[in-house]
Ligand binder design. Sequence first.
Ligand code: ADP
Ligand code: MG
Length: 375
Amino acid sequence: MTNTARAGVWAAPGRVNLIGEHTDYNDGFVLPFALSQQVTVAAARRDDGLLRLRFPAASGGTKDPVQLRIDALEPGRGPRGWAGYAAGVAWALRDAGHPVGGVDVTFSSTVPPGAGLSSSAALEVACALALNDLYELGLPGDELALLCRRAENAYIGAPTGIMDQAASACCTPGHALFLDTRDLSRRHVPFDPAAHGLALLVVDTRVQHAHADGEYGRRRAGCEAAARTLGVRALRDVPHGELPAALGRLPDADSRGLVRHVVTENERVLRAVDLLAAGDLPALGPVLTAGHASLRDDFRVSCPEVDLAVTAALSAGALGARMTGGGFGGSVLALVARGAEEAVGAAVAAAFAEASYAPPHWFGAAASAGARRLS
Ligand code: ADP
Ligand code: MG
């Protein structure tokens, strides 16, 4: 018989960010919600210090099992791909002094990898939650999220902020997570488009982004340099009302674009939270579309396929649309009339066919559960 203290099943979702892009590493605001697509791990403690990882191809993963010694994990020396995220989480927990030992983990996933829907954080958070329970660490969700970010930054080498991990760990069904990434204070804001005759469509352009690949890191470094020039701890500290003066102190168009995006994007998150609280969901549409223009023109992280998905969705009647996630590909979200998901998705697919792009995938998204133990 299985000892439930030593084995179990845990799940952690991917996420869509409603608004607040590239703000998390600037100490700013984000407003993600959890998807129903998730990573599931069946895990059991082992007493021999081995990390044995499986991710069968039939469960959305890849080929061979991976076996590692938990006391030999080292940043930069880990396995590549999905196993690296699990190893990174075990390393981050141990490096922070938590007594984590061996474990058998079998993964399955319905989160498309590299689609800007945070398959990486879902892998990390599912593992972290399993280890937290199996080794009785008692760590709360936000602390697990911080350790998962450390795994992704220090072990994997991807310079992401805290949004993805916090969303996967802390979201609740029927709510978007309004998170202040400076201190991780958060508010669960009711988000139920269906109750307002609306729906949220996610279009995966199937253009794979690559976070660790330089552009993301360059934007991050550019933001940090601009903050230094402006004499603030982070760009979050530039008040919206002082934006024109701040822009006047920056040396070039690139850094002005970075700062303008971050400062106006934080303002858009606050506006979106107000609109959700007031139940004025249609007014959210233009806020989303303005966010996309800012990412495209000022932060310059969009790409032709993503821009086409946005314009095609708007032409087909979406109230608003924007890229979601880090950019350079990935997914677009569109706020549409309830029941119009199929028509708007098909319009984007037709525009893609016209442009000779690979067919996109689309699905309707509702705010789903954050990470949890299933059994
Ligand atoms: P995102 O988090 O937006 O999906 P990332 O580049 O951060 O994109 O993470 C994607 C990486 O996570 C993949 O390159 C792969 O290493 C790993 N991964 C996630 N899901 C899977 C999966 N189902 N099969 C194999 N690898 C996966
Ligand atoms: Mg990721």
